[in-house]
Design a protein around this ligand. Sequence first.
Ligand code: ZN
Length: 384
Amino acid sequence: MKTCIYCRQKKEIKKFSLEHVIPQFLGGSQAPDSLKTRDVCIDCNSNLGLFVDAAFEKDFMVFNQLSEVAYSLFDPKLTNGLPFRCMGICDLSPPDMKADEVCEYWLGPLGEQVFWVRPHDDQKYWYTGGNPRTVKKIRSKAYFMFSNRTLKAPEISWNAFKDVFIGKKVDKIMCTIVDGADPKTIEFSEPNELDLKRISYFQSNCSNGQERKNKVSMYIDFDIRFLAKLAIGLSYVYFGKDAIVGSAAEELYKALWFKPNDEKPKIKGAGAYNQNDTFLKQECGVDFGTTISLIPTNGHIALNLNINRKLNWLISCTESERVSPDLVDSLGFGKCFILVKPLNKVIELSLGELLAFNDGAVFNSELEEIKNKVNAHRGFFANL
Ligand SMILES: [Zn+2]
C-alpha cells in the first residue's frame, strides 16, 4: 500500500501509474525523470488529466499561446503539424442545428476554415473543442473549407486538421471541391442531404471578406486547480514528502479539489488575471515556450509559471522550513526549466542565467540557438 500525493488516499501499489508532474501538453514528457513520479494513483492520473490539466490547456488564452509556439518554430523541413487555432463559438447558425449544439470556428495555418457543429457543454463551457468526454461519446460534424493557399502546401493543412479531428467521433465533411483529390481517401465522409444544405450555407456565408462575430467563453478560475496540482507535484518530486504537509500545503490541497462554490483557498501569490507584475512576465520566461521556475523567497519557495512571456502565474509551492537547507541552497536565486515542446527540448538553467539571457548579457548557446530559429520560416507563409 502507498499514498497518492494528490488524493492522499492509501491504495494498493498496482493502482498507481507514472505521472508527469509537468504535463505533456507543456512538453513535460521530455522533462528529466526526477520530475516524474509513480506516487500518483491511476484514478487521479486520469481524472485530473481530464478535468484539471485539460481545463487549463483548453482555456482560450492558454491554448492559443501554446499554438503560437508551434507557429514561431515552424520548419517546413520537419513534419511537426501546425495547430488549428480556435476562434471561439461563431454567430453562424447552419441549417438544422439543434438547440443544444454550438458551431465552433477554427482557423488553419493557411487560412482554412473549420465549422465544428458539436454539443454545447454547460459544465465545461470554456474548453476549446468542448468537453473531452462528450466529444468521445457523441458524434459531431466538422465542415472543412480549404483556402486558396491550401493547395500550395496541402500536407500542412492536412496534418493540422488531423491533429484536431482524427481519432475523435467527428464526421469530417469537405466543403471545397479539390481537383484530382478524393476526400474519401483522407477520411472525409460522403456528405448526406443535411450536409449538402450546410455546405451551401457555409459557402454563401463564409467566403472571403465577410465579417464574423465569435464569442469566447472564459472561466475565471480555470487555473486554480492546475496551479495547485503543479505546485504539489513539483514540491513532492523536488523537495520530498515533508514539503507537501503543513498549512501552506493544506491550502494547495483545498485548491486542487476546489469546486466553483467553495470558499477561495488562501494560496499566496497571484493568478494570470489579477497580476500586475510585468517584471516576472517579462523576465521569468522566453518568447518561445513555457518556463517553470522555483524561486526561494522570504519563507516560501515560489513557483512561477510563464508562457511565452505573455501569461504568468506565481504561487507559493511550499514553506522553506519544510525543505532541507541544502536543497534550498541548491536553488540559488532560482532554478528554471524551459520547455520548448515543438523541438522536444527541456533546458535547465539558473534564474540568473535566464535574466542575463533576456538582458542580452550572457551567451547561452542552447537558448541562443532556439532564439535564432524563432520566426526563421515566417517567409514560407508569406510566399505561398
Ligand atoms: Zn489519487
